[in-house]
Write a protein that binds this ligand. Structure first.
Ligand code: GH3
Ligand code: MG
Length: 444
């Protein structure tokens, strides 16, 4: 089958549905921020000039504010009033000021402090804009704190939460691994080397063995005068060990470097394993992750049944020829989104190329996998896809092979491919399942 992957520009405006509140007496900088944030991130900005305005803005129950930005160019008493209102709403706050004296810095440290931007001439707006984007992005990078529960650990969790990171805590290696398995957002782990089982060695070993966790950044925390422990932590796989004494500012600066690295690594990983057009996993990832899942399913007691479905759009060339490639792309994106929804988090779905998708079905014996695929087939036949050229019905044909663990993954895929071929020849918009044609069984 001829395959062609057409590149498309991503729209610059991303509707995020995020609301932030801005307290600033300067209308022009407020307008700049509202415009840039709206255009580039779909963020909606509610602007007010003082505490009275803020009270009115916060009383709007239709808004779900995630962040406040406060320009400190106000009398001290007004700042206290503004901070009082924001604390009552528990809103993380980014403060902006010309120069901040120590007394004010200490006061701000007691607030839900997301960060401080010190104005530097005409670039202040850009700096504030970048700081807001960084904070919004922090929501995608979870921090896992591992070590004994203590007042210091709770304070750190609260402080990093104010910087908008999702926070998880664990006291043992097994608890930490459970968090890492369950929450793909965790990008940085902070491991208290002094108060972890065996100085964290077993946990670091487990993490480094698991390829899926290779993008995780690990910061070790060492007690004062424990250079040996710090070196052991680095040898075991920590990316950095910060040894006491250190200030919160130093910690945050170091942490932020790892947060940015985690984001960049994730971005590169996505480029390598995602399909550009649909955002689904690509063929490479399917062939990396598929055999891993097969091995894990067969090692489980009792073994988990698996099946492999090859899903191909029917007469897609005709659709392209009739409506053009752009519309074809639009249909592919919608098909991918439906398949993703149908696969949920249980099954692995990928775009294998062109208009062909693979789905590795976990935990379904062959007959149940067949019922599942029948439902996919039927839903495409029954629910048209809304496009700019009207509602179009796109059907799919599916070849479904059982995975018995003896055959190699690509042999299973070949078996599914042969079954798909039969589905096409028998009239399309149908599922052909292994066993319905004896010649199609996968061979080891
Ligand atoms: P069948 O029912 O036998 O599968 O017929 P078909 O037309 O779907 O299959 P065929 O292999 O003849 O044509 C596949 C078409 O898919 C041709 C190709 O241009 C189109 N295609 C592949 N990749 C893309 C893509 O990324 N975007 C668009 N719009 N079309 C694509
Ligand atoms: Mg096709």
């Amino acid at each position: 089958m001829a395959r062609r992957t057409k590149r498309k520009e991503k729209p610059s405006r991303r509707a995020s549905g995020v609301d932030i509140v801005l307290v600033d007496r300067c209308d022009s900088s407020a307008a700049f921020l509202a415009y840039r944030l709206g255009r580039e991130r779909g963020v909606s900005v509610s602007h007010c000039a003082d505490a009275e305005g803020l009270a009115a803005v916060l009383s709007d129950e239709a808004k779900r504010y995630v962040l406040a930005v406060v320009d400190l160019d106000q009398p001290r008493v007004a700042v206290e009033e503004v901070c009082g209102l924001l604390s009552a709403h528990g809103l993380p706050t980014l403060f902006v000021a010309d120069a901040i004296r120590k007394e004010m810095r200490d006061f701000l440290a007691c607030q839900a402090l997301a960060g401080i931007v010190e104005k530097a001439g005409s670039y202040a707006c850009e700096d504030v804009f970048s700081a807001i984007l960084r904070l919004l992005d922090n929501r995608e990078v979870g921090i896992l704190l591992v070590g004994e529960k203590s007042a210091a650990c709770s304070r750190l969790a609260i402080r990093l939460g104010h910087q908008m990171h999702p926070i998880a805590t664990a006291e043992s290696a097994s608890e930490a691994m459970a968090h890492l398995d369950a929450d793909a957002r965790i990008g940085v782990m902070v491991l208290d080397l002094a108060h972890s089982e065996d100085g964290g060695a077993a946990l670091l070993g487990q993490i480094r063995e698991r390829s899926k966790l290779q993008t995780l950044r690990i910061i070790g925390l060492g007690a004062a005068g424990t250079k040996d422990q710090a070196i052991a932590g680095l040898k075991a796989g920590a990316d950095e060990v910060i040894v006491e004494p250190f200030t919160p500012e130093e910690f945050d600066l170091r942490l932020n470097r790892h947060v940015r690295t985690a984001q960049q690594t994730r971005c590169l990983r996505d480029l390598a394993e995602r399909d550009f057009l649909t955002g689904l996993y690509n063929r490479r990832h399917f062939f990396d992750e598929g055999p891993r899942r097969v091995a894990a399913a067969h090692a489980a007691v009792p073994p988990i049944p698996l099946a492999l479905a090859l899903i191909d759009l029917d007469h897609f060339k005709r659709l392209n020829d009739s409506y053009g490639h752009d519309l074809g792309d639009q249909v592919l994106r919608e098909v991918a989104s439906r398949l993703k929804q149908q696969a949920g988090t249980t099954h692995l779905v990928a775009r294998l190329g062109g208009e062909e998708f693979g789905m590795l079905l976990s935990g379904l014996p062959l007959q149940e996998a067949r019922t599942f695929c029948d439902a996919i087939c039927q839903s495409f036949a029954e629910i048209p896809i809304a496009t700019e050229c009207g509602a179009l019905t796109v059907t799919v044909s599916i070849g479904l092979a059982k995975i018995d663990g003896v055959a190699m993954f690509d042999r299973n895929l070949n078996a599914a491919d042969r079954l798909l071929y039969i589905a096409k020849h028998q009239g399309r918009s149908q599922v052909i399942c292994e066993g319905e044609d004896d010649s199609c069984t996968a061979v080891a």
